[in-house]
Design a protein around this ligand. Structure first.
Ligand SMILES: Nc1ncnc2c1ncn2[C@@H]1O[C@H](COP(=O)(O)OP(=O)(O)O)[C@@H](O)[C@H]1O
Ligand SMILES: [Mg+2]
Length: 237
């Protein structure tokens, strides 16, 4: 038996909500906290996460090059190769393909900015998670310190589902750290941004552990592909 592997899918139809930023940060933090080996998968054709990983010096977390149609096979191989966590980034859209990706999730994370536009856009993500019977957690991201709209956003989101008790605030170090393939924790592990990521990972980890014993998302599927294109320790394209 291979050790159990968990899959976190970052999804939200809103572009710019923080899916790619938090996918990279949570994968690195999970690895740092001993939950690895961790692998990343970028299903967004824009490839922002892949480009970030390409300029990264540390080969961990690994990057698995996959496409929607190969996901079943690639996740299965990742499990056999001993990965314990896979973090999947998705494009900002609501499509059947994204719904398929969500079907592999043990946990769906929807980063949401505290803005009226973002809040109004959560419905389809909630619908996809519900249709697939997957637990969904909202994360308020890029919040302004002490702004009333931050708490109002958390209240509004709680009408739709679980809101992570950790808010990630708007700080330039999130963007700056990713320029050369790093994360805020790798620039300054003690800064506030790092502490928020660390607290967020602890919460998500706890949620995954709570789901332990439940059937893993992947086991619902029949094989749909027979080739993979994984990249371990070299550049993703
Ligand atoms: N907490 C944050 N603080 C500051 N900037 C952020 C934060 N989260 C994301 N960003 C920035 O917002 C932009 C969109 O984030 P991104 O992760 O690419 O969103 P998505 O993948 O959902 O489209 C990027 O420029 C990113 O650096
Ligand atoms: Mg993105």
């Amino acid at each position: 038996m291979f050790p159990s592997m968990r899959v976190i899918v970052f999804a939200s139809q809103k572009g710019g909500s923080g899916k790619t930023t938090l996918s990279g940060h949570i994968a690195v933090e999970a690895e740092r906290q001993g939950a690895g080996p961790v692998a990343l998968i970028d299903t967004d054709p824009q490839g922002s996460l892949a480009k970030w990983w390409n300029v990264r010096k540390d080969p961990a977390p690994a990057f698995i090059q996959s496409v929607f149609s190969n996901l079943f096979y690639d996740l299965d191989s990742a499990r056999e190769e001993g990965f314990r966590l896979v973090v999947i980034d998705t494009p900002p859209a609501v499509t059947r393909a994204i719904s398929e990706v969500v079907s592999f999730a043990d946990l769906v994370v929807a980063p949401t900015r505290p803005s009226p536009h973002d809040l109004r856009a959560v419905g389809p993500t909630v619908d996809i998670a519900e249709a697939r019977g997957k637990p969904l957690v909202f994360v308020v991201n890029a919040a302004t310190q002490r702004a009333r709209i931050t708490s109002e956003a958390a209240i509004a989101l709680s009408q739709h589902g679980t809101v992570a008790p950790v808010t990630v605030h708007h700080r330039v170090d999130f963007a700056a750290s990713m320029i050369d393939g790093r994360t805020v924790m790798e620039i300054d592990p003690f800064c506030q941004s790092s502490q928020e990521v660390s607290a967020l990972w602890k919460y998500l980890h706890e949620r995954l552990q709570r789901a332990d014993g439940a059937v893993s998302g992947q086991e619902d599927h029949a094989a749909v592909a027979n080739s993979s294109n994984r990249v371990f320790g070299r550049r993703a394209v």
